[in-house]
Design a protein around this ligand. Structure first.
Ligand code: SAM
Length: 259
């Protein structure tokens, strides 16, 4: 009997109806390549393999790796016994989809790592804490919209597909979860010039959430710059769309302003 380890964020899916709903949402076809993060006791892996010829997985826990080796033929699965946070970026770009019921203690760093990894065009399907799911999919001027939303929505179109009650897991977590789809945007559609500068703009804009843009960009953008950008300097970052942040990024990048 394998016991769940808290330090690895292990809550195993046990509700067959929910598992079916997740597999139907991913709806993979046998030609697609999939990387699963944290397969654990294969609650999603085995049903996925009913539709796929092969799956790649990354799993940190030796006990889980042992379980996978004993229960899935080696021709069907490639197991990387690794920490996803140090998984090579180049390898992430090899998959059509990256999916997983994420270990919640590191869900934000996982999302940011995958989003920022260059040349990675894979679509993502992740189970997240409902609160994080609401933040990543939030629209401007709502309570949940902030740094994480504007950072991830730069790379992805994000949809919260459905909620999953705590009772679908063993052990039962204290929180509700949600299943979320991330569709990679075409970089040309965004018209952004420099991804690193975009990240800097977001960091600056939200550095003091309650302050105005004028305050957070003090010494970088003056009233005249805001006029050129058609952005009111007295508003807060939480009201700006990704496209407005991109205009700020373009403006600073084109003028080679340091910030
Ligand atoms: N997919 C299984 C399911 O739905 O029942 C297990 C999900 S459980 C919430 C998270 C899984 O991620 C566990 O198997 C855990 O060992 C694994 N994990 C935790 N931290 C990890 C890391 N840094 N890198 C890779 N896997 C990790």
């Amino acid at each position: 009997m394998i016991r769940a380890k808290k330090k690895f964020g292990q809550n195993f899916l046990i509700d067959q109806q929910i598992i079916k709903q997740i597999i139907d949402a991913i709806n993979p076809d046998s030609t697609q390549s999939i990387l699963e993060i944290g397969p654990g006791l294969a609650a999603l892996t085995i049903p996925l393999l009913n539709r796929l010829n092969h799956i790649d997985v990354v799993e940190i826990d030796t006990d889980m790796v042992e379980f996978l080796k004993n229960n899935i033929p080696s021709s069907k699965i490639t197991i990387y016994e690794e920490d996803i946070l140090t998984f090579e970026d180049q390898r992430l770009s090899e998959f059509d989809f990256i999916i997983g019921n994420l270990p919640y203690y590191i869900s934000t760093p996982i999302l940011l790592k995958i989003a920022k990894s260059k040349k990675n065009n894979s679509g993502l399907f992740f189970m997240l804490q409902k609160e994080v799911a609401e933040r990543v999919s939030a629209v401007p001027s709502t309570k949940m919209y902030g740094r994480l939303s504007s950072m991830l929505q730069y790379f992805y179109e994000i949809e919260l597909l459905f909620d999953i009650p705590a009772g679908a897991f063993n052990p039962k977590p204290k929180i509700t979860s949600s299943f979320v789809r991330f569709t990679r945007r075409n970089p040309e559609e965004l018209n952004a010039l420099n991804n690193d500068n975009y990240e800097r703009v977001i960091k600056l804009a939200f550095q003091q959430k309650r302050k105005t843009l004028k305050n957070n960009f003090k010494g970088i953008l003056d009233d005249n710059d805001f006029l050129n950008l058609s952005i009111d300097p007295s508003i807060r970052a939480e009201t700006l769309s990704v496209h407005k942040f991109i205009s700020i990024e373009n403006y600073l990048t084109q003028r080679k302003l340091s910030f």
